[in-house]
Design a protein around this ligand. Structure first.
Ligand code: SAM
Length: 217
């Protein structure tokens, strides 16, 4: 999803360095402790947050946890930031960067849950390395997740989902949960599901939503 450039969003991002880190220097560790009120709280990170419906809902619902939204596009980061400021979400930080460098941004064993929601499918074989479930990304997830942490992935794209099942399995991770029709699972599962913007769009058209949870240790 490429958003049209919105000058107000770019300005908002530039005006709030305390809330948005832009293209951090990989050689320097980000000091998360000075950016959030209590860094001992559980840390959850979403890669490719888009306009941020999912992560801002979670941050509002769980003030006792910390959240980081990683997003490539400045306009998307600005839209997430606007919600953060309006809703006073002090437990949410935004990282405007490419998640390929995840292991430079976070310490090893520091993340409780990593979310990938409706990631770009990159269907051409020559673009396989850009898929967020390609082995180089999985290596970074394994490094940065706590030993008891896990990955949660949702998509409407059956090709990306089957690719991801094989890639994650070949990497040696274990699946805790797999669904090929998340929205028709038991009530217990549905009540914990937070919809993303893309999820809402595709589920309203009747498309099945695929989901997996995996752990690396
Ligand atoms: N997660 C949202 C949802 O479910 O509604 C947005 C999905 S959109 C298809 C994918 C988003 O991931 C885009 O906003 C894109 O800019 C972002 N993205 C793609 N590759 C990324 C990367 N390597 N690092 C950070 N963000 C990325």
């Amino acid at each position: 999803m490429r958003l049209r450039n919105k000058p107000w969003a770019v300005k908002l991002v530039n005006d709030h360095p305390e809330a948005v880190i832009q293209d951090p220097d990989p050689a320097k560790k980000i000091n998360w402790e000075e950016r959030v009120a209590d860094f001992s709280r559980p840390l959850e990170v979403e890669i490719g947050s888009g306009k941020g419906q999912f992560i801002t809902t979670l941050a509002k619902r769980h003030p006792e946890r910390n959240y980081v939204a990683i997003e490539l596009q400045t306009t998307a980061a600005g839209i997430i930031l606007r919600t953060k400021l309006e809703e006073e979400l002090d437990n949410l930080q935004i990282l405007r960067a490419d998640a390929i460098n995840l292991a430079d941004f976070f310490d090893a064993d520091s993340i409780d849950i990593l979310y990938l929601n409706f990631s770009d499918p990159w269907p051409k074989t020559r673009h396989e390395k850009r898929r967020l479930t390609y082995k180089s990304f999985l290596k970074n997830y394994q490094t940065t997740l706590k030993p008891e942490g896990h990955l949660e992935f949702k998509t409407d794209n059956s090709g990306l989902f089957s690719y991801s099942l094989v890639s994650i399995n070949n990497f040696g991770a274990k699946f805790d949960f797999v669904s090929v029709d998340l929205h028709h699972e038991d009530e217990e599962i549905l009540k914990n599901n937070v919809e993303t913007e893309y999820e809402h769009k595709f589920a309203s058209k009747g498309n099945p939503i695929y989901c997996l949870h995996a752990r690396f240790n």
